[in-house]
Design a protein around this ligand. Structure first.
Ligand SMILES: [Mg+2]
Length: 231
């Protein structure tokens, strides 16, 4: 019997590409208006420093807000800002970045789907990103929200899934995970014994066939999978 459904967020409930592109440019430009640093330290340097921070703090490689914070701080310090000013500006920039990051546009079908499913199933969100889904939709829709990178267990780490299942009081076999990444969503959930709705956005086809694996082109097709699972 199906009891619980967990959702990936980015590129599952909304198209994440445009949000990230805008977030990246707009908060860096905003900081430049305050610190006038971007001529010396262009956006590419910010990206490179985030990658360097992920190497330096491997346990926190999935905590993108932390990596951005550390990269921005190192840039402003190298630009010669006093530590106090640099820290204050970085804190403000990160706040603004998170505001932009949450300006997502859900697919038309996402919200009605979640509202309908919430009537019959426990719902969970498991993301590697830094969106708090409770800032995007009604907080009561989800029983469990896990930002896996921020707890140092980014998917495909099984711990994020196991924590969600424990908190939803459902076994793997009573659960369905919905996500667009083969490596971070479909495969780990399948290995744990969950049912999987894999959103194959690029139409690349499943690397393997499995009776618990269902391939969709879009989250709007989810009701068909659930109907098949509950027959
Ligand atoms: Mg995703």
């Amino acid at each position: 019997m199906l009891k619980a459904i967990t959702f990936d967020l980015d590129d599952t409930l909304w198209d994440n590409g445009p949000v990230m592109a805008r977030t990246e440019q707009v908060h860096y430009d905003w900081l430049d208006q305050q610190a006038h640093h971007a001529e010396r330290f262009p956006l590419s340097e910010y990206v490179a420093r985030r990658e360097a921070m992920a190497q330096r703090y491997p346990l926190r490689r999935g905590d993108f807000t932390f990596l951005r914070h550390e990269a921005l701080l190192s840039i402003l310090q190298d630009h010669g800002l006093p530590d106090h000013d640099a820290r204050r500006l970085v804190a403000e920039t990160i706040d603004y970045m998170l505001t932009l990051r949450h300006e997502v546009t859900l697919y038309d079908e996402s919200l009605p789907l979640l509202e309908t499913l919430a009537e019959n199933y426990r719902l969970g969100a498991i993301t590697n990103g830094n969106v708090d889904v409770r800032r995007v939709v009604d907080a009561t829709l989800f029983d469990v929200v896990i930002n896996a990178g921020e707890i140092h267990a980014p998917k495909p780490d099984a711990r994020a899934f196991l924590a969600a299942l424990a908190r939803m009081r459902a076994t793997a076999g009573e659960s369905l995970h919905v996500g667009d990444s083969w490596k971070e969503d479909a495969l780990p959930a399948l290995r744990l014994g969950m049912n999987v709705a894999w959103i194959d956005r690029r139409g690349s086809g499943s690397p393997i066939e499995h009776p618990r694996l269902h391939r969709l082109a879009h989250v709007r097709e989810l009701p068909d999978v659930i109907e098949a699972l509950t027959q």
